[in-house]
Write a new protein. Structure first.
Length: 394
């Protein structure tokens, strides 16, 4: 018997009378799937059923209009940016020769022919159409509209968002930024939040005190995007100044504007970003690189990957690793630390870091043990004179 899994559903495949039989069990239990395959084999052998005629795959145009569009609008109803992206891709596909092909007839060669006719556009724009096509084909496969998966390659040369902006470049860039993009860029670079999250911040999402504060991200793609981010001094200064200038409001947008959304958005940011690049002379980078830069700097400072995952709001660690781009100096320092461990030479760690080894359990790190104060010393239970017992064994 031969069963295999596609997503959460088991399929079976076998040969009978020289023909390949492939069926979805529509089940997530492997034992039930095997039983269904056995029943089908038996019924074929006994002549109770014939070879089932497979329904022809739908034409791409019909699938996009009747199934893909409604799915995207329902699935991403709280993410207008995602709906807009796929809608642009759908329009590109409906205007192409691909629209008249059946889903199982579309090959990568057809996709590359589609990309070739749009060569006058940027790679990012072409890939909008190709990503939409790839998403539609994957959904059709999952829904049983087609039997085989067609691999679609994206166009090369797309401008990536993996650049890490240097400190000197960032200083020159911010000095040339118009407002309110300057303040928004400072928050993105200082907190690692997404540009869209920063644009949509309200004063109810910000907690300010005399020396610092917190930013509460309450919306996002997944539940992991809901998080609290401490403010570094630069971010605190920007938000405090805007709060004071706005008359210390308790509600409303932090970056209000006359846009349809009511707040500063990516279109306005794109224009101000381009102006800042021209005026500063900094090598071109995408606004999203500010988030990449923030997460990379946090990783270089010693932040472990799982904490960085929480800060970034990612649902899995693999996504976080794509945001981390260690520079040559960080790689060199890592090898220096290894060399220091082998030779016994210290490489700049603090005494506490050198002496304190935390016990690792399944649930995470065990906190350092705290010794109670000597009653004769006069120290209270909350005294800062508590001594940390540095645990030297794992």
């Amino acid at each position: 018997m031969s069963i295999y899994k596609r997503g959460k559903i088991y399929w079976y495949k076998f040969c009978f009378d020289g023909q390949s039989i492939r069926e979805s069990t529509k089940q997530g239990n492997d034992k039930i799937a095997r039983k269904m395959e056995a029943v089908h084999r038996t019924r074929l052998a006994e002549g109770l059923v014939g070879i089932r005629e497979k329904k022809p795959a739908p034409v791409l145009r019909a699938f996009l209009e009747n199934e893909f569009r409604p799915y995207v609008e329902t699935k991403h109803k709280e993410k207008p940016g995602t709906i807009e992206y796929y809608e642009d891709g759908v329009k590109m596909l409906l205007k192409s020769d691909l629209a008249s092909l059946r889903l199982d007839e579309i090959t990568d060669q057809d996709a590359q022919r589609f990309a070739g006719k749009l060569a006058h556009l940027s790679a990012s724009r072409i890939n909008c159409g190709l990503r939409t096509l790839r998403k539609a084909l994957n959904l059709a496969l999952a829904w049983g509209k087609m039997q085989t998966k067609n691999k679609i390659e994206l166009a090369k040369g797309e401008r990536m968002r993996e650049r890490v902006v240097t400190d000197s470049g960032m200083k020159a860039y911010l000095a040339s930024c118009p407002q309110p993009w300057r303040d928004a860029a400072t928050i993105i670079r200082g907190s690692g939040a997404c540009p869209g999250e920063v644009f949509a911040l309200r004063w109810t999402n910000v907690l300010l005190n005399a020396h610092g504060g917190l930013i509460m991200i309450t919306d996002g793609k997944t539940k992991f995007r809901k998080r609290m981010l401490p403010m570094v001094p630069e971010v605190y200064a920007v938000l405090k100044d805007r709060w004071e200038s706005a008359g210390r409001p308790s509600e409303g947008w932090i970056f209000p504007s006359g846009s349809q959304s009511g707040h500063f958005d990516k279109d306005s940011a794109k224009d101000q970003h381009s102006k800042a690049l021209r005026d500063s002379g900094v090598t071109r980078f995408e606004p999203y690189c500010l988030r990449h830069t923030a997460l990379t700097r946090l990783a270089e400072s010693g932040c472990d990957a799982f904490t960085l995952q929480r800060i970034a709001g990612h649902s899995n660690i693999q996504t976080t690793m794509r945001y981390v781009h260690p520079q040559a100096e960080a790689i060199e320092m890592a090898f220096q630390r290894v060399q220091g461990q082998l030779t016994g030479h210290k490489t700049g760690h603090s005494e506490i870091q050198d002496g304190c080894n935390l016990l690792v359990r399944k649930g995470g790190l065990e906190p350092p043990r705290v010794s109670p104060p000597d009653p004769k010393s006069g120290a209270s239970a909350n005294s800062a004179t508590f001594a940390l017992e540095l645990t030297h064994s794992l």
